[in-house]
Design a protein around this ligand. Structure first.
Ligand code: PRX
Length: 660
């Protein structure tokens, strides 16, 4: 196990973690889930359990004939049922007092705010869907969404869902090339973007990026542009292709056709495709469908965050990631919750921005990533102390393992020592949370995601696929299909089988290292494949390497993750320049810039080291393990399979010389 081994010091520390936090009595007495029998009941008859949850959580136009059809590894959930995600997230909340409850409380980076009630959301989603339909969007068309964190992102996602047009949201921090690759892979025929977005007072040129992307694609007929930053963006509109969203909405209003009834869709109708990094150079299009995904996201949201009618829920993730899909949009809105949506960053205009938001909007539940918590820790507790955060009652984390120190700091300085923390493990592929405390039942331990959610059947196995004894590390697998699971990789069933179901036939391979303690609690140890987790975002080493070698000065490159106090892992690249190229500071800078431009700023390597060769096996495979040993100053591991053992000593020398 590669990365997990790298963190063996941390593992030792985790093994000694003995702090325990039982659920607060008052919360436990009123929690969404109070009966521990739910675990056993779900395990005894998972299909009956999921069917009962599906009835409670989701409104169906037509009931299912079969709960699960499992032709491994292809699942269909709620077979024969008809449903619409937008109906579930919007229309059904209009009966009764929820109609005037805020659905989305938005705060933009410049401080502008908008409160959208469920009644408003109904009007906006209808108008948006009617407008997209008028522009030609039909059931089955793919719509790429490349927007900042503004309410239009959620409204357009729901409008697509209303029409049965699968969306593919592309994170606004991705480059034109990344956007084009995604559009091309799913053959999107529409793009919805904005003139720009605000980031630390500057404009992110989303429309200009889209223009550049559209030069590399041929499928897009119409590009819709939301006005967000106004004149500051200075966009140019292409005749016949580009349409201003506000003008299109006005025309729809003038036409009088402002309502758009939700399509009755098959439960397995594609809801969205979301791209994520894997261990090859090409991102994978994770396909999620409608019925099971809604059941999984809304149920986990309600139970794990102990949702009550008057809660104000804030998930800080961007809608460009799965966390934004499942816990900014679909899960909470399906539950009729009030969600905060924030466009900006935690440190602009000052490092107390999150806490100002919590106080201003009286946030009761906060869900964020460990990397953010570690930044807050470094900035110090004076920032949260400036604000009244007594509204908070529950805290969550997601995206990467949380170190016990950060967990304790979060509890003390954000949760005031009173809020339970739910550390939630899941993936783009799993659609919804899989391993997490239930806050009214589970005693938590800092650093552990605790226990599988009721109905989720996971295990930790060894190389051969046999369960490992408690206390030992192994690979996390899922033994049974679950409703919110991915259905395939878009257009590539073979890669779906290969990636997730071939290491252990009949078991889903998550790619995470994990160990269980004596009480069966799960402790995650990091990825075991060539995927990095930088600031809780997945980036494939192969993607980074192909970005590097696409530069004319580079002959070869190998990328590894190195531990980083704030971002969890950071990107380090070993680069062999072409003959005659000067490996100097300027080239170092150029290459870091080049990767940021090719993929997006999140992919910019933290450090680059030039080496005259890379360590390879006789079959030509780069041994990243040895590079990790060098970067972390460890004694070199087994070098016997190397083609040329001398190379490693040479790289080590060059690495250390550049470090100095
Ligand atoms: O390695 C695990 C880590 O993030 C990966 C999934 O990344 P992504 O698909 O981008 O989704 C992130 C948000 C769900 C996992 O394979 N990961 C996620 N949550 C945790 C975690 N590792 C440890 N603890 C977590 N709570």
């Amino acid at each position: 196990m590669t990365q997990a081994q790298a963190g063996s010091g941390a593992l030792e520390a985790l093994l000694q973690e003995d702090r325990r936090f039982p659920p607060p009595a008052e919360l436990a007495a009123n929690a969404s889930v109070r009966d521990p029998q739910i675990y056993a009941a779900a395990g005894r008859d998972p299909e009956a359990y999921w069917a009962a949850r599906a009835e409670e959580q989701v409104s169906w136009f037509r009931p299912w004939e079969q709960v699960l059809e499992w032709k491994a590894p292809f699942a269909k959930w709620f077979v024969g049922a008809e449903v619409n995600a937008s109906y579930n997230c919007v229309d059904r909340h209009l009966q009764g007092p929820r109609a005037d409850k805020p659905a989305i409380v938005f705060e933009g980076e410049p401080g502008d705010t908008r409160t959208i009630t469920y009644r408003d959301l109904y009007a906006q989603v209808n108008l948006a869907a009617a407008t997209l339909r008028r522009l030609g969007v039909k059931k089955g068309d793919k719509v790429a969404i490349y927007l900042p964190m503004i309410p239009e992102a959620a409204v357009v996602m729901l409008a697509c869902a209303r029409l049965g047009a699968p969306h593919t949201v592309v994170f606004g921090g991705f480059s034109p090339e990344s956007l084009a690759d995604r559009i091309n892979d799913c053959q999107a025929s529409y793009v919805v973007t904005s003139d720009g977005g605000w980031r630390r007072g500057a404009v992110v040129p989303l429309k200009a990026n889209t223009d550049a992307a559209l030069e590399r694609t041929s499928t897009v007929k119409t590009c819709v542009v939301v006005r967000r930053v106004g004149d500051a963006a200075g966009v140019s509109m292409k005749e016949g292709r580009d349409v201003w969203w506000h003008e299109a909405l006005e025309q729809t209003t003038e036409s009088g056709q402002t309502e758009c009834p939700p399509e009755r869709l098959d439960a397995e109708h594609p809801l969205f495709i979301l791209y994520t990094s894997g261990s090859t150079g090409k991102p994978k299009g994770i396909l999620h469908t409608t019925g099971g995904y809604l059941v999984g996201t809304s149920l986990t949201h309600k139970w794990i965050f102990d949702l009550k009618e008057d809660d104000v829920f804030w998930c800080t993730a961007d809608v460009g990631w799965v966390t934004g899909h499942s816990y900014v949009v679909y899960g909470p809105l399906c539950n009729g919750a009030t969600c905060v949506m924030f466009e900006g960053t935690p440190d602009y205009p000052d490092k107390d921005r999150f806490w100002a938001l919590v106080a201003r909007h009286k946030v009761t539940i906060l869900y964020t990533a460990p990397t953010a918590i570690r930044s807050f820790m470094r900035w110090g507790e004076a920032y949260p102390r400036r604000h009244d955060m007594s509204s908070l009652r529950l805290l969550g984390t997601v995206g990467e393992p949380i170190n016990p120190e950060a967990w304790m700091w979060y509890r003390e300085h954000i949760g005031g020592g009173r809020c339970p923390i739910v550390d939630t493990w899941w993936q783009t592929e799993t659609g919804a949370i899989m391993i997490s405390p239930l806050p009214g039942l589970t005693t938590t331990k800092p650093g552990s995601a605790t226990l599988p959610f009721p109905g989720i059947d996971v295990d930790v196995v060894d190389e051969r696929g046999d369960p490992v004894p408690l206390g030992r590390g192994g690979y996390l697998v899922v033994r049974r299909p679950w409703p919110a699971m991915l259905r395939t990789l878009w257009g590539d069933d073979e890669r779906y089988i290969q990636t997730y179901w071939s290491k252990y036939p009949g078991m889903y391979f998550a790619g995470d290292g994990c160990r269980r303690d004596e009480e069966g609690y799960y402790w995650f140890l990091g990825r075991v494949d060539d995927v990095l987790n930088v600031s809780a975002h997945r980036i494939g080493t192969m993607e980074l390497e192909s970005a590097l070698v696409s530069h004319p000065s580079v002959a070869e490159a190998a990328v590894i993750g190195i531990p980083d106090e704030i971002t969890g892992q950071a990107i380090a690249a070993f680069v062999t320049p072409k003959m005659g190229v000067n490996a100097d500071e300027a080239l170092n800078h150029t290459l870091r810039q080049h990767v940021a431009q090719k993929i997006g700023p999140i992919a910019r390597p933290k450090l680059i080291r030039f080496t005259s060769e890379l360590p390879k096996t006789r079959s030509g495979k780069i041994m990243r393990r040895l590079l990790r040993d060098i970067a972390e100053g460890r004694i070199l591991g087994d070098t016997s399979t190397l083609l040329d053992a001398g190379v490693v000593a040479q790289i080590k020398e060059q690495y250390e010389a550049q470090e100095a």
